[in-house]
Design a protein around this ligand. Structure first.
Ligand SMILES: Cc1cc2nc3c(=O)[nH]c(=O)nc-3n(C[C@H](O)[C@H](O)[C@H](O)COP(=O)(O)O)c2cc1C
Length: 187
């Protein structure tokens, strides 16, 4: 069981990276092999809507994106965390999500993988559910199977997450649900 955690935040050691570390710790406890992508450490620009990936099934832009593809395609489950920016996902994460479009064009490479989302806002009700919805939309468009936290939509927290005990609980529950569902599906 391979679980990939993705933090969309530009902040090194910020709340989203802490959330992914927490989720992956739970996944490891459930027996998963874990990997992570922190977008604060790599450069992934926006999709330029050029036709290259229609022909070649890869992106011809020269940034770090192509190095991340194996991590995404080899995972059985993805847990993706975004800070809430103006009521939705941050631009850094949206760039990564958009650039994966070619993975569905021919063979739907992410179809059947499991996905779960985390959103962290500065406010208690700052748009976390809408942010999670945007991540879920990406997952559905890839034909993935989406899970929540076994209660609501996923990990929902207010920064700083060190002070948000209930938020941390939803993050842990989301990671647990992802692993348990994966185990159920794969036997
Ligand atoms: C450009 C920008 C827009 C933001 N918009 C929102 C928002 O709409 N709602 C909210 O609750 N917090 C908002 N915030 C606060 C961040 O969501 C919050 O600080 C987040 O948890 C930071 O995560 P990080 O520590 O991983 O970077 C915004 C922050 C920035 C920089």
């Amino acid at each position: 069981m391979k679980i990939l955690g993705v933090s969309g935040s530009p902040n090194k050691k910020g709340n989203n990276e802490k959330a992914i570390e927490l989720a992956l710790k739970v996944a490891q406890g459930e027996g998963a092999e874990i990997k992570k992508i922190f977008l604060s450490r790599v450069k992934v620009g926006p999709c330029l809507a050029c036709p290259s990936c229609k022909r070649e099934e890869k992106c011809l832009q020269e940034d770090d994106f192509n190095d991340l593809i194996p991590l995404i395609t080899e995972a059985d489950g993805l847990i993706i965390s975004s800070p809430v920016y103006m009521g939705s996902v941050c631009g850094q994460l949206k760039c990564l999500l958009d650039r994966t479009v070619f993975l569905r064009r021919k063979d739907f490479h992410l179809r059947g993988k499991l996905g779960a989302a985390i959103a962290i806002g500065g406010s208690r009700n700052g748009g976390q559910e809408i942010t999670i919805q945007a991540i879920h939309a990406w997952m559905h468009i890839h034909g993935m199977i989406v899970v929540g936290d076994d209660n609501h939509f996923g990990g929902i927290a207010q920064a700083p997450i060190g002070k948000d005990e209930e938020g941390r609980r939803t993050i842990e529950a989301t990671a647990r649900k992802l692993c348990q569902t994966l185990r159920r599906l794969t036997g």
